[in-house]
Design a protein around this ligand. Sequence first.
Ligand code: HEC
Length: 316
Amino acid sequence: MAFREYKIGARLFGVALGGSMVITLYMPTVDMTSVQVTETGLKKQLSYGRIGGFSYEDPFLQGEGKPKTVVLNKDPKTGESMETVEAYVYEKGVPFAGGINHPRILGKGVTELSKEKGRVTEADDSQGAVFLVQRGTYQGETVNYIENATATRGWQPQQVLKAGGDANTHYIGSGKIMFVREGCWWCHTLLPEQTQDWQAFGIPPRLGDFNGESPTAFGSDRKAPDLLHVGSRNSSKEWMMMHFFNPRLVQPHSIMPRFDYLWGEKDADGNPIDFAAWRTAYNKYKDGQTVYPPEIPSYAPDSEIRYLIDFVLSLK
Ligand code: HEC
C-alpha cells in the first residue's frame, strides 16, 4: 500500500516538474525585443545615453560621458529656420544608447526604419554623432524611429551644440546620474500606479517606454510625490532652485534633504558661494527677524545642480 502511494507520488512529482520545465522552456513571458519602443522610449534613451552607473565607464558617477539634448529651431548646417526638434548630441567618445548599438531591441518596425532610413548602424562613437527621433511608416503602421543626422544630414556634434547655444542645451543624461547617485529614489518613485494615483501624478508609463533604458529608476517604497511627470505640474526653474537649495524654503515641514552642495564651490559668475553666510541669513529669516529669505545663488553652467534640474524638468 505504502509502496503504491510512493509510486503515485513520484509520478505526480514527475508530471509537475515536467510541466513546469515545459512552461519555462516553451512559454517565455515578456520578450523585450518583441515589444515596440514608444516615442517616449526613444527620446528617453537618446537623452540618457548608455548608463553605466557603478561600472568602470563611470567610476565616480560624476555624470561625465553623457549625451546632451539640444533644442534646435534652425538647421545647424545651413542656418535656415525649421520646425523645432530635439537633437541628441553624442560627442566623440560618448558611449551610445542601447538602441543604437543594438537596434534589434527597438522592436518591430522601429528596428527596420532606424537601420534603413535612419542609418543608425553607420554611427561611430569614436567620432560622435547626432540623433533625432523621427516618425515614419512601416507596413502601413506609423512608428517612431531613430535618425542618425550625422549620416543623413551631415550634422556634426560641435556644430549642433554651437547652433543651439548653452540656453537650449539640456544635460538630462548627466542629471539622471545625479538622481541615481543622490538616492532620490529612496523617497520618490518614477512610477504612477494603475489606481487613483493617475489623478495626482499622471498616467503610468508604458512597457515600450523602457526598451534601451538602463538602469530604470522606478523606486520602490514611495515616501514622497511621484516624479514621472513632475515637469508637467511644475516647470519653474526658480522653484526647483529654492527647493533643492533648501526644501524648507517652499515647504516648511518638508522631510526632503538639502542638496545645496550640488551647486559646487562657485556660482554662475565664478564667485565663491558663502554657504555659512547664507545659513546665518536663513536662520534670521526663520526666526522672523527678516521678511525675506536670502537669495539662492545662481549656478554654474557645469554644476551638478544644473544637470539635476535639467533632468527633473525633462520629466513631463
Ligand atoms: C527623505 C526623502 C526624500 C529624498 C531623499 C528626496 N526627496 Fe524630494 N521630496 C520629498 C518630499 C516629502 C516631498 C514633498 C514635500 C516637498 O515639496 O518638499 C518632495 C518633493 C520633491 C519635488 C516636488 C514634487 C512635486 O510634486 O512638485 C521634487 C521635484 C523633488 N522632491 C525632487 C527630488 C530629487 C531630484 C531628489 C534627489 C536629489 C529628492 N527629491 C530627494 C522627499 C524626498
